[in-house]
Design a protein around this ligand. Structure first.
Ligand code: NAD
Ligand code: LMR
Length: 342
């Protein structure tokens, strides 16, 4: 009798696996540029998400191996691979979130703008396919220079008649991740508690961490503000120089991008109170695109959060005014490119 009451090992195993392989939700995520430095790490992190049922990996080469490798992880998401332009449409059909880290990364001495010509063309081609195959998806643009590639994407979507400004995002989460890390270290705060909004854009002085809005409420000397702001703005260079020609941030970027994907999926799933900083079409300043904290909902940006920009310190106010001409020029460069190319 005792023997009978114990389920056979195979059955226990089946039960355990069955429970384990059920995703908590069934969203589909596509990564375009999935065989790259960011793409591979991001694919691994998304494979671990209980909200994801299908992970679609696309690249121009080397994506089959990445997918085969990931498929051995016993987490719910099923992994599909797509190689080359002829498979792109199938990759995109039915997806909820498209993440675009395709393109070339920076080498020492290059600015993000030096990447413009190559990456602008890559982003343009990919966004055209998104417009044709999954126009309702959230689009997360990682490819640099983000300050220009997002306006390019917006123009392409407009030309295709499917632009929804609430669903097009430039991923600036890495700036927030860096700001939180550096501030927690400097001020001896618990990492998990620290939250600082970063506004503006994603290049040099256009990255503006609003230290006066740090949570938990923290005071900084003028020297600390200067040092931390400059470190956050130039953090990319720490990585580019340390990698010495082998590329730019990939692991911290994948971590940040995975957080933004998870937040987007939670918002799509109906969670209230999902807030992230991101570079989006905006009316918070006179610039048509601007990174700020936004409230995310089922349909994308539910609200742009303006209160971070109220009551700025003199330092922040000056820095905000100083970043506008550069950000404006990058936006205009992107729009001009998209108009010329079509
Ligand atoms: P990488 O060279 O390692 O990977 C890029 C991948 O894109 C490669 O696998 C390549 O085959 C693929 N690719 C190229 N053309 C493609 C196309 N037409 N379609 C699909 N895939 C294509 O580069 P990486 O280190 O992963 O960086 C990717 C991009 O992300 C760069 O532009 C980099 O500057 C940017 N980046 C952005 C941030 C940010 O905070 N937004 C942070 C780090 C890096
Ligand atoms: C970063 O912030 O690290 C990336 O945008 C990569 C780069 O080239 O600056």
């Amino acid at each position: 009798a005792l023997r009978q009451s114990i389920p056979p090992k195979a059955q226990i195993e089946k039960q355990r696996c069955f429970n384990h392989v059920q995703p908590q939700a069934s969203y589909k995520v596509a990564i375009l540029g999935a065989a790259g430095g960011i793409g591979q790490s991001l694919a691994l992190l998304i494979k671990m998400s209980p909200l994801v049922s299908s992970l679609h990996l696309y690249d121009i080469a080397n994506v089959k191996g990445v997918a085969a490798d990931l498929r051995h992880c016993n987490t719910p998401a099923q992994v599909f691979d797509f190689t080359g332009a002829s498979e792109l449409a199938n990759c995109l059909k039915g997806v909820d979130v498209v993440v675009i880290p395709a393109g070339v990364p920076r080498k020492p001495g290059m600015t993000r703008d030096d990447l413009f010509n190559i990456n602008a063309n890559i982003v343009k081609g990919l966004v055209e396919a998104v417009a044709d195959n999954c126009p309702d998806a959230f689009i997360h643009v990682i490819s640099n220079p983000v300050n220009s590639t997002v306006p390019i994407a917006a123009e392409i979507l407009k030309q295709k008649g499917v632009y929804d400004p609430k669903k097009l995002f430039g991923v600036t989460t890495l700036d927030v991740v860096r700001a939180n890390t550096f501030i927690a270290q400097k001020k001896n705060l618990r990492l998990i508690d620290v939250d600082v909004p970063v506004v503006g854009g994603h290049a040099g002085i256009t990255i503006l961490p609003l230290l006066s809005k740090t949570k938990p409420s923290t005071t900084f000397t003028d020297e600390e503000v200067q040092e931390l702001t400059v470190r956050i703005q130039n953090a990319r260079t720490e990585v580019v120089e340390a990698k010495a020609g082998a590329g730019s941030a990939t692991l911290s970027m994948a971590y940040a991008a995975a957080r933004f994907v998870e937040s987007s999926l939670r918002a799509i799933h109906g969670d209230a109170d999902v807030y992230e900083c991101t570079y989006v079409e905006s009316n918070l300043t006179e610039l048509p695109f601007f990174a700020s904290r936004v409230k995310l909902g089922r349909n994308g940006v539910e609200a742009l959060i303006s209160f971070d920009l109220k009551g700025l310190t003199e330092y922040e106010q000056k820095a905000l005014e100083a970043l506008k001409p550069e950000l404006k020029a990058s936006i205009e460069k992107g729009i001009a490119y998209a108009k010329k190319e079509t």
